[in-house]
Design a binder for this molecule. Structure first.
Ligand SMILES: [Zn+2]
Length: 397
């Protein structure tokens, strides 16, 4: 390893650790220390720095690397500044100290989810600038607030603003999942999260009678259908050994009843479902059918219809072609998947921006949201090298 490279690695690790030391942790995150830190960092690389303050207390940081051709749509490299809470007594290293252990593991909340990405993007650009590379397309490195609590005050709002529209984003990278072996996992869509509320109504009366048409019998029917379906999905998951084609379904709330000797006129069931985009319509038809079959007085509350678009990864998408080629040249395969969780990516896709959820951190135990979250120094540095190639390819597509 030559000296300059070693020096760049040291700088990258130091910046990562500094960012981890900022406790941008829920609830009530103060983002200003992140904003200050990112301003200093981006200026040290020679990049333009802007903050959108459309939502009070929820700034969006935009770091811009100007391209040669300003008429082209731009590339967005997104991550979020906020992190989930910690149970500090369960950590062997303090969650906001960024300690490194003897194996080179860097500990900190956000080490994987996803402060690493923001620094890896910027440090990859620092290297490209050092090599006198100037991109054809402008590249925006964005840092969102609020992702870990749904992103409504972050990316969700941001994509609707004029400030954001002026960025003219043509393609985005956002957080994804870690790859294994020689395979980069690429998420092109997300499961739709559906909160299902089923009302089972019927005849009320004395607890000592065997009335017809009771809420309890309908509850039993509905529960049977939902849990038969769940068992099928579970079987499919075991067979396929992957979860992205699976609909998850769980009973999470039960409401009803006033006292033991009164048959109530209603029970309300709450379910949490996560549905692959291509199965949403069929699933909704199916559960509505069950309600019909359950008898009169059973219905589902209308859900907010937030359909999650997917990004089409075909050969007509020049950014995907460029990504895939860069991956292949580095000796990687790509595995296309639907993400089981929700990220800011869904807002970008909704704003019709083709978006890939992707992490360059390979072969690392998944520690997002867990105690002792860490990322190994070598994985982190290798991730920067992967981004160097991918950013080059995207920016020149
Ligand atoms: Zn995240």
């Amino acid at each position: 390893m030559n000296n300059t490279l070693k020096e760049l690695d040291t700088i990258a690790v130091e910046n990562f650790r500094q960012y981890l030391r900022i406790p941008s942790v829920h609830p009530n995150v103060n983002y200003e220390p992140c904003v200050e830190f990112l301003e200093k960092l981006s200026k040290s690389i020679g990049l333009q720095f802007t903050v959108f303050r459309d939502v009070p207390d929820n700034p969006t940081v935009v770091v811009t690397w100007m391209g040669k051709d300003k008429t082209l749509s731009t590339i967005m490299l997104n991550s979020h500044m906020d992190v989930v809470p910690v149970f500090e007594d369960k950590w062997t290293h303090k969650p906001f100290d960024a300690d490194i252990d003897e194996n080179g593991n860097i500990y900190g909340r956000g080490a994987q989810d996803c402060k690493c990405l923001g620094i890896q993007y910027l440090e990859a650009i620092r290297r490209l600038i050092k090599n006198d590379f100037q991109p054809r397309r402008t590249v925006h490195v964005t840092f969102m607030p609020d992702e870990e609590v749904g992103g409504g005050n972050g990316a969700g709002m941001c994509v609707t603003t004029d400030n954001f529209k002026r960025l003219n984003v043509g393609f985005a990278l956002d957080e994804g999942g870690e790859g294994v072996g020689n395979t980069l996992v690429v998420y092109y869509g997300e499961k739709k999260r559906e909160t299902i509320t089923v009302h089972c109504t019927g005849q009320s009366g004395h607890g000592s009678s065997l009335l017809e048409n009771t809420a309890g019998e309908k509850l039993r029917f509905i529960l049977g259908k939902f849990y038969d379906y769940r068992a099928e999905q579970k079987k499919k998951e075991n067979e396929e050994q992957r979860t992205d084609n699976i609909t998850t379904l769980n009973l999470t709330m039960v409401k009803g009843g006033v006292q033991h000797n009164v048959i109530p006129d209603e029970f309300v069931l709450g379910f949490d479902a996560r549905i692959p985009p291509k199965n949403v319509q069929e699933f909704e038809t199916t559960i509505n059918g069950w309600c019909k079959d359950a008898g009169e007085g059973v219905w589902i509350d209308p859900s907010e219809n937030e359909a999650h678009g997917s990004t089409s990864l075909t050969d007509s998408n020049i950014f995907w072609v460029a990504f895939k080629k860069a991956a292949r040249e580095m000796g990687f395969q790509t595995d296309l998947r639907i993400l089981h969780a929700n990220t800011d990516g869904r807002y970008f896709r909704k704003a019709l921006i083709p978006t890939i959820g992707f992490s360059p951190n390979l072969n690392t135990p998944v520690k997002a949201h867990q105690n002792d979250e860490f990322l190994n120094i070598n994985v982190f540095l290798e991730g920067i090298r992967i981004y160097v190639r991918i950013i080059t390819a995207l920016a020149d597509a």
